[in-house]
Design a protein around this ligand. Sequence first.
Ligand SMILES: *[C@@H]1O[C@H](CO)[C@@H](O)[C@H](O)[C@H]1NC(C)=O
Ligand SMILES: *[C@@H]1O[C@H](CO)[C@@H](O)[C@H](O)[C@H]1NC(C)=O
Ligand SMILES: *[C@@H]1O[C@H](CO)[C@@H](O)[C@H](O)[C@H]1NC(C)=O
Ligand SMILES: *[C@@H]1O[C@H](CO)[C@@H](O)[C@H](O)[C@H]1NC(C)=O
Length: 529
Amino acid sequence: MLCQVCLCCLFFSRGFYSCRWTESNNQNRKGRWLSLLVVTLMSLLSLCWLYICLAISNDQQNVNEVLFSKLKKWANYFLVVVIISAVLASYCILLLLFALIQVALEEQLHLHWLHKIIFCFCVIFITALASGISTKGPEEWPTVLTLLQATAPFLQFGAVGALTLLSPFVFHRFHLAKTRSKMVIAGMFLAVSAAIFLCPLLIHSPCLIEVQELPEKPKLIGHRGAPMLAPENTMMSFNRSLECGVIAFETDVQLSNSSFSKNRTAFLMHDHGPDFLLRTTNVKSSSFNNRTDLTFEQLQTLNAGEQFLKNDPYGTVSLLSEEEKETARKQPIPSLLELLEFAKQHNTSVIFDLKNKETEEIDTNDTVKTILASGIPQNLIFWLPSEEREAVKKEAPGFIQVYENETDLEKNNGSHLNVKYSEIKMKNISDLRKRNITVNLYVVNERWLFSMLWCAGASSVTTNACHLLKEMERPDWVMPRSTYLITWILVDISSALVMMALFHWTKHNLHHNADGLSNDNELEGFLTA
Ligand SMILES: *[C@@H]1O[C@H](CO)[C@@H](O)[C@H](O)[C@H]1NC(C)=O
Ligand SMILES: *[C@@H]1O[C@H](CO)[C@@H](O)[C@H](O)[C@H]1NC(C)=O
Ligand SMILES: *[C@@H]1O[C@H](CO)[C@@H](O)[C@H](O)[C@H]1NC(C)=O
Ligand SMILES: *[C@@H]1O[C@H](CO)[C@@H](O)[C@H](O)[C@H]1NC(C)=O
């Protein structure tokens, strides 16, 4: 017997799914299963894509900056993509739900052509973005694998739950099928169940450790200062990062001519090459393509804070008080010397990139001179640029030499490594730490990623979000391996028991209804009444 609610449900799902309000016939069984398969695949695809977006959100700033450099216009492109993806995923899942309701009630499935068009759009949208990420954008796929490590145990529990909930549909089909199809259905169902039940054997996560084995919390390094709380690479930004207790300021150094003297001046700015002023200063047009067109005195007249308030690159401007906004609005481009004096005063280290590779030799020379002249203790400088490293070692033996990859580190017998978090395996981080090598990872902004690196034993991370990571007292989760083992076995066993009960229940139900009215007739009665 069909309840009124079920009939209503059916009425609306059919309306939404196929834009038909009364029942139609003449669809063969193959057509129905094909329709269901398409909707299921689309739901899975859109969910996977949403998951990838979640992983990439750690690097959203990077994505937006890459797109800015191409399109010359600031927008939160990443957020737009996430919103569209979330809408598409909800839509696909709603359709799947409606399809399942209709299948459960032995209904026909006619996918309306409008849905087919949206599906095509969805596939094109996802394929285009995914290939964009693979070819043009920053290398992001390892980040997805790290998010998998962070979430695998919970995804497995979710998959077991979903399998249990969906099993009655399969059992129902099984009971109705002929012997041959019965074997196919049973075989496929058992294979999928076994894979889901046993996949914890393959799950490795650095956070599957005893609580007392948890390493010390990684220290924080402010990426261009605290760019979520102040305009990047300004003195205000470095000042605010001090409030998070950072151990070092990360910045970017370039050199400009001076109108007063022969000496060049080192200044702090990330973007370089054509239009290097466009993103962070109030220069509107592309009139200055080359840093050598401008003297440092001219650079100092520019405003490096207004764009932050206008573009709100992290959506965090609302966190600033009126007073802080006023300060931000007045920020000029700082010189390296200003930062070194500030760092010396606060006993904080400095680590930086030299941005212009083509002039790295003379840039290195002038930068080292500036550092030595500032009187900052040499051991507060983490020296990163690799080009002229040997010369720098001679001139400033007190600098701490930091290497950009494991090969370079081993070759030079170094003790400090600075790599992108996705370019090193979690296992290697623990191994290097056991050898007392300091490992810094950049750029780490999300809690889940910070948690993983904390469990793996990272010494420090470079971050945009020092105010958020500072608050964390422990990783998002830490679970002893033995506890996890017991938990997943218990979850698997309960699911298996529930599914056995459901198997018998569906069989019993089927026999019980065998003599009843056909569902189709009953619905027809409801609709014409
Ligand atoms: C900038 O100017 C310098 C010297 O005038 C020149 O050597 C260099 O190629 C220019 N760079 C760009 C990107 O135009
Ligand atoms: C600076 O900090 C280091 C450790 O961060 C400490 O060992 C050193 O004594 C400090 N120096 C001064 C002058 O406070
Ligand atoms: C490691 O870094 C050095 C110096 O930057 C570079 O020359 C070398 O190609 C890098 N090696 C790898 C494997 O990336
Ligand atoms: C690492 O440092 C600790 C303490 O500073 C020391 O006890 C240990 O022997 C060192 N390990 C290695 C491999 O050098």
